[in-house]
Structure formats: C-alpha cells, structure tokens
Design a protein around this ligand. Structure first.
Ligand code: F0G
Length: 454
C-alpha cells in the first residue's frame, strides 16, 4: 500500500489558527526574525522539536486520572518503575522532571575537573552538564557520521578504535562511556546492535560502565530491526531488551520515546552512585518516588512506554519521516542522508549557496519556511554554534535546518502541505536574503538573538 495509514483515529482535536503570508511576514519581523520569539498559536505546523510535543493516547489520558499524588510511595511511582524495568532492567530507577535533570545529577556524581566523558555525540544539554562540572565531553562518532552525504545505515556508531585508544591511555580519567541512541546531534542516526555490543565489551575489558542517553531508544530499535542482519524477525521489545542488556545505566527524556509532555529518569545498577543520586534528587527535584513529576505524569510515561514499542506505531513513524524526506529529496532539496528517526535535516548551506555561512543560510531558510507556510523549524548551524568561547565568530561545520516531527500529531496531509511549501520555497530560494545579528546574549544566542535581513 502506498498510503501511510496512521494507526490511530482522532478523538480530540486542537484547532490550528490559519494566518496569511502577510500576517506571518509581520509577525516574524516583530519577532526579530527569531522563530523562538513567535507565539506558538501563530505557527501552523510546529517542527521546532519532537520533545514534549507528542499527542497522548486515550489510554494515557485515562491513566492520568488514576495518578496518585501521594508525596511518598505513590502507586503511580511503582507502576512507572515496573514499566521502565520491563524494558530496561536496571536496579535503580530514579524519576526526574526531564532528561537534563538526570544528566545534571549523573555528572555531578561522576564529573569534575580532569574527567573525560566519551560518547558517539553528546547532545547539547549533556555536553553542557558535563562541562559545567569542569569535565571534558568528547565526541567519537565514526567518520561517516560527520559526512552529510554518507548513507551508512548506522551513522550513529561510535568509533571503537578511537574509544579504545582513549581507554588504553586515560582509563583512570573516564568514569563512564555514553552512547546517544539515536544520535540526535548527528542527524537522528541509529547505533547498531553490533556497535552497542562491541562498545560494551570494550567497556568491560577496561572496567568502565556504559550508559545510554536513550531518549529515542524505540526508534533506534526499529532501525536495528529494519537494517541489521539477524533482527528482522525479532520483536522490537526483544531488541530493546537486548540493547539494554549491554548497559550499566541510562539517562532518559520521557518527552521523546515515552509519549509524555514532561518527564525523564536516571537508571543504573551501581548502589553507591544510586544513593548519591537520590540525595541530589531530593535537593533539587523531589522525593525519590516522584522526582519533580506529578504522579499523573508517571502514569502517562508508564503507558507511553508500552505504546512506543508497538510495531504498527513504529512502522508509521518511520514511514512518515521517510515520506517527507523522500519527497524533498526528489524535489532536489539537499538533505542530511540517510533521513534519521525523528527529523529531516535540510542542508541549507547547499540549498542557498549565495548566502555565506556568517549571513546564516539556515536562519534564512527557517524564516522563509515560516513566511511561506507558517512552518516553524530550527536552525542548527552558525547561529547555534558560530560564537566560540573566546568571543570570535566562525562558521559551523554544517548549515542545517531541522524539521523535527512530533509523534502522532500531524497526518499525511500535513506532510503534503509541508512538501508543497518547499515547492514554493524552491521558486523563491535565489532571492532569499542573508541575515545579520543586531543583538545577542553572551551565551546560547540562538534562543534570543535578534536578526535583520541584509
Ligand atoms: N539527550 C538527547 C539526545 C536529547 O535530544 C535531549 C533533548 C536531551 C538529552 C535532553 O532532554 O529536553 O528532556 O531535558 N532534546 C530536545 C530536542 C530538546 O529538541 O532535540 P530534555
């Protein structure tokens, strides 16, 4: 069948506010050409992130009513713990209000000056939490993972030779190794079971724990089923369980592959680290049976975890992201290849070669998509990464725009609309302006910088 049939029907709807191109031109000008400044109800299709933007199911909403808000020992906590442990059988499961809170706690314990945390590619908040302790975050993705044109099926794999070289010479500085699955910062690319298994074997050889940053674990498992030999006939549940059998702990944002609007956790086997983590949790998040969440949030996560590994869902998820990617590719829009699990990354540097990197082609594309169709995307290029710690400005390695796809939110006709907006964009692309920054804060400038067209 050619049609992507969404494996759900719609019971509750949320109206989208229609706007005209003229209105959007005014709104984005008033927002100083920074899409983070827009009011979300002025956006028609919001592809800013797939985080916390999923649609919950009727079963999740029903579970929310069952949420027990006891301060200590809530049955909602025990249901949450059981649901996590059914897939990720760690000894200690510690809820947090979102992924970065789990990272903050973990790296407060294991980080510090002189420590090194290797990963395939750290996500921004992970890197920031590591560096905030004075430790060093090192990205060791395979070379194909840095090449936007490479079609390697597992571009999220870690480079085992470089990891071993690090462990051989500096083992005592490395408290743990991380793997981000899927590799968001590298384009939502999966890590193969073979690479996970080999990383674990290497970690065991050197006596270092392996932790997963597992936000998109179900998408990663589905890629393994589709692309890795020996897994086609295994269920996603079995694949997930095998993945986590090669880990000593994990951090998680339930805002991705748990269909929750908020939440996360830290899970691990080490009793000493777990005791320290719970002490820190009480300081900033809350008592260990709620960790910064309401009981009802824990219920939503417990149900979401069971739904996200359903293969009908994953097939639809994969098909819809690929559908968008394939259509854009056929139209000649240069993309980061292959299309990843949660997003399509457009290579704006290549699409708009008349705009130099420090006139921000990604920003120009993102503004144009909003003006043309009310689509909100996210620049991942020289606006986000161009300002260096020494104050200088240099181009980022790639000028990308991420179209992140919220889970179960948009239908195939929404995707067709996005594709049509790109057709219009291709008509106008040679006339799109570069931008200059008229104001920026000292750090993380992409959130609040103000722009003007050149
Ligand atoms: N790790 C990865 C791989 C992520 O993608 C994110 C969040 C986090 C950790 C942090 O989790 O937001 O719950 O604190 N990524 C979002 C995104 C924000 O848009 O890619 P959080």
């Amino acid at each position: 069948m050619r049609t992507i049939i969404e494996p759900f029907r719609i019971k509750v709807v949320e109206p989208l506010r229609m706007t005209t191109r003229e209105e959007r031109q005014r709104l984005v000008r008033e927002a100083h050409y920074n899409l983070f400044n827009l009011h979300a109800d002025d956006v028609l299709i919001d592809l800013l992130t797939d985080s916390g933007t999923s649609a919950m199911s009727s079963a999740q909403w029903a579970a929310i009513m069952r949420g027990d808000e006891s301060y200590a020992g809530s049955p909602s906590y025990y249901r949450f713990e059981e649901a996590v442990r059914a897939l990720m059988p760690f000894r200690h499961i510690i809820p947090t209000h979102q992924g970065r809170a789990a990272e903050k706690i973990l790296f407060t314990i294991v980080g510090g000056p002189g420590r090194i945390i290797p990963s395939n590619t750290h996500f921004d908040t992970t890197r920031a939490n590591i560096e905030a302790t004075g430790a060093e975050a090192v990205d060791l993705v395979i070379p194909e993972g840095r090449d936007p044109e490479s079609r390697h099926p597992f571009k999220g794999n870690i480079d085992l030779d470089r990891l071993e070289a690090l462990l051989r010479t500096r083992r005592e500085q490395v408290p743990l190794v991380m793997l981000t699955i899927t590799n968001n910062a590298g384009g939502g690319q999966p890590v193969s079971m073979e690479n996970i298994r080999a990383t674990y074997a290497l970690c065991q050889k050197y006596g270092v724990p392996l932790f997963f940053d597992a936000c998109r674990f179900a998408e990663n498992a589905y890629f393994i089923k589709l692309r890795e030999s020996g897994y086609a006939d295994r269920s996603v549940r079995e694949i997930v369980r095998e993945m986590f059998s090669y880990a000593d702990g994990m951090t998680m944002s339930a805002k991705k592959d748990a269909f929750a609007n908020i939440g996360g956790w830290l899970a691990l086997n080490d009793d000493t680290w777990a005791r320290e983590a719970r002490n820190l949790l009480i300081l900033t998040e809350g008592f260990p049976t709620y960790g910064g969440l309401a009981g009802r949030d824990l219920e939503a996560i417990a149900v979401g975890l069971e739904e996200v590994i359903q293969e009908d869902y994953l097939q639809y998820r994969f098909a819809s992201v690929q559908y968008l990617g394939r259509a854009l590719e056929q139209m000649g829009v240069p993309l980061m290849q292959p299309v990843g699990g949660h997003a399509v990354f457009v290579n704006a540097g290549k699409l708009l070669p008349h705009i130099p990197p420090l006139q921000y082609p990604g920003q120009s594309l993102a503004v144009a998509l909003y003006e043309i169709g009310g689509i909100r995307s996210c620049e991942i290029g020289s606006v986000m990464f161009g300002r260096r710690p020494d104050g200088s400005e240099q181009p980022a390695p790639l000028e990308l725009v991420r179209l992140a796809i919220p889970r179960r939110v948009y239908t195939q006709s929404h995707f067709d609309y996005i594709i049509e907006c790109f057709e219009q964009l291709l008509q106008e692309k040679d006339r799109l302006p570069g931008y200059r920054i008229v104001w920026e804060p000292p750090r993380l400038r992409h959130f609040t910088a103000r722009f003007a067209p050149m």
